[in-house]
Design a protein around this ligand. Structure first.
Ligand SMILES: *[C@@H]1O[C@H](CO)[C@@H](O)[C@H](O)[C@H]1NC(C)=O
Ligand SMILES: *[C@@H]1O[C@H](CO)[C@@H](O)[C@H](O)[C@H]1NC(C)=O
Ligand SMILES: *[C@@H]1O[C@H](CO)[C@@H](O)[C@H](O)[C@H]1NC(C)=O
Length: 405
């Protein structure tokens, strides 16, 4: 099934901002995402601005990315850049250093990387960084040290005089780190390159309660009211977190994963997708999380796989981050060589959604009792374009739009 999923999103910078102030809330129990209300928004809402940019430059195409990973990549660039180049990155991310020192900022990212990389039963989130540099370029020790300690990244020597071998080395590394899920990350290299920064994220989780495969049936999905495709539609009656947003003309359903992650599926009313997309911001999300309440529903949801792959050096300039990718870049935190710039910033993200997540899901799933099946609970059918948002603890991991299965 071909899917247009637009985005994997994470309000990373805001999460880093708030965590110091609410350390206890991180530990809160309870499966209700509302009780874990996260993410103060930065005024700039970098994640949603990036979403809207990606969606607008690729109308009708699959879009999927992880804002946390993009934000971490930019923070690493921030480490090595100076002067206006650095200021532009911070500004683009909506990070204001008068609130805390740059050391605290990078330490916040370290904490987040550790927290997200922590392995959990039934839940896979692989998130990592790598720095590939040509040994003929002398790299500042301070930069390499900070990359290792703060961003858990290892620098790898690579000779760009043999671009094909360099490409293979980088792509093999990424494939290995993502269990073969992400291959051929880098497509174009030549001998003018001296450095490649790679960030990867891979997410896979089991539903807390799986969908029964025998309930999955082919059904219509209305790409537009006139364009219909057939999709494998999962269904389940359960108590779901639910909220009807009158303002944005949409309904929000929460489906929990194992490992303290939750997916939010957002179904706009017919013809209201654009209004919903334009209304996406940190306050909207916080409102949804606050307002979700348990409600018995018969949920119909297509199964799908999504991925996205981006050359961010071409996209981030639209969000005001351009100097680092230009001949004016000040990367003196990385090397004393002049005339250096970041040649590529590649990002690839992938997720799979199906009945179980994996075959072992039932073992730890909570068994659901159809105690009021006779009441014929209200149906919510995701048979037209919808948004998807994945939360883990206080973090928003992904946000996607399924518009063309
Ligand atoms: C870069 O220049 C600084 C200041 O001149 C010097 O201390 C440092 O060792 C140089 N680094 C490299 C890698 O050449
Ligand atoms: C989920 O979070 C709760 C509370 O923070 C914790 O006790 C529990 O171990 C977590 N479960 C998993 C699978 O990580
Ligand atoms: C967020 O979006 C909502 C809905 O469109 C809007 O009412 C609100 O003013 C926005 N908030 C911010 C801070 O932009």
């Amino acid at each position: 099934m071909k899917l247009v999923l637009l985005l994997g999103l994470m309000l990373l910078s805001s999460q880093v901002t708030t965590r110091r102030h609410h350390p206890r809330e991180m530990k809160k129990k309870g499966r209700d995402p509302a009780s874990r209300a996260p993410v103060a928004s930065s005024p700039k809402d970098f994640a949603f601005d990036l979403y809207r940019t990606l969606a607008s430059i690729a109308p009708g195409q699959n879009v999927f990315f992880s804002p946390v990973s993009v934000t971490i990549s930019l923070a690493m660039l921030c480490l090595g850049s100076r002067a206006h180049t650095k200021a532009e990155i911070l500004e683009g991310l909506g990070i204001h250093l008068h609130q805390r020192s740059e050391d605290q900022l990078h330490e916040g990212f370290r904490q987040l990387l550790l927290e997200l990389s922590h392995p959990r039963e039934g839940f896979q989130l692989t998130l990592g960084n790598a720095l590939f540099t040509d040994p003929i370029i002398a790299i500042q020790d301070s930069f390499v040290r900070a990359m290792k300690t703060l961003y858990l990244a290892e620098p790898f020597p690579v000779s760009f005089t043999d671009p094909a071998a360099a490409m293979k080395q980088i792509n093999d590394y990424v494939a290995k780190q993502t269990n073969g899920k992400i291959v051929d990350l880098i497509q174009n290299l030549d001998s003018t390159h001296f450095m490649v920064i790679v960030n990867y994220i891979f997410f896979k989780a089991k539903w807390e309660t799986s969908f029964s495969i025998k309930n999955t049936q082919e059904q219509n999905f209305y790409v537009t009211p006139e364009t219909v495709v057939r999709v494998p539609m999962m269904s389940r009656i359960d108590q779901f977190d639910y909220f009807q947003d009158q303002n944005l003309a949409c309904r929000v359903v929460g489906v929990p994963y194992q490992g303290n992650a939750t997916a939010l599926f957002i179904l706009p009313n017919q013809g209201k997708m654009e209004q919903l997309e334009n209304g996406l911001n940190g306050s909207t999300l916080r409102k949804w999380l606050r307002m979700l309440t348990k409600r018995e529903l018969r949920l119909y949801l297509p199964k799908f796989s999504i991925e996205g792959s981006y050359q961010l050096e071409k996209i981030l300039p639209r969000l005001g981050i351009s100097e680092v990718f230009s001949s004016f870049a000040d990367l003196s935190g990385i090397t004393n060589h002049s005339h250096t710039q970041v040649s590529e910033m590649v990002h690839k993200a992938k997720a799979d959604v199906d009945e179980a997540g994996t075959t072992a899901a039932a073992a730890t799933g909570i068994v659901f009792t159809f105690r009021s099946a006779h009441l014929n609970p209200p149906r919510i059918v995701f048979n037209r374009p919808f948004l998807m948002l994945i939360l883990k603890n206080m973090n928003i991991l992904f946000l996607g739009k399924v518009s063309r299965p």
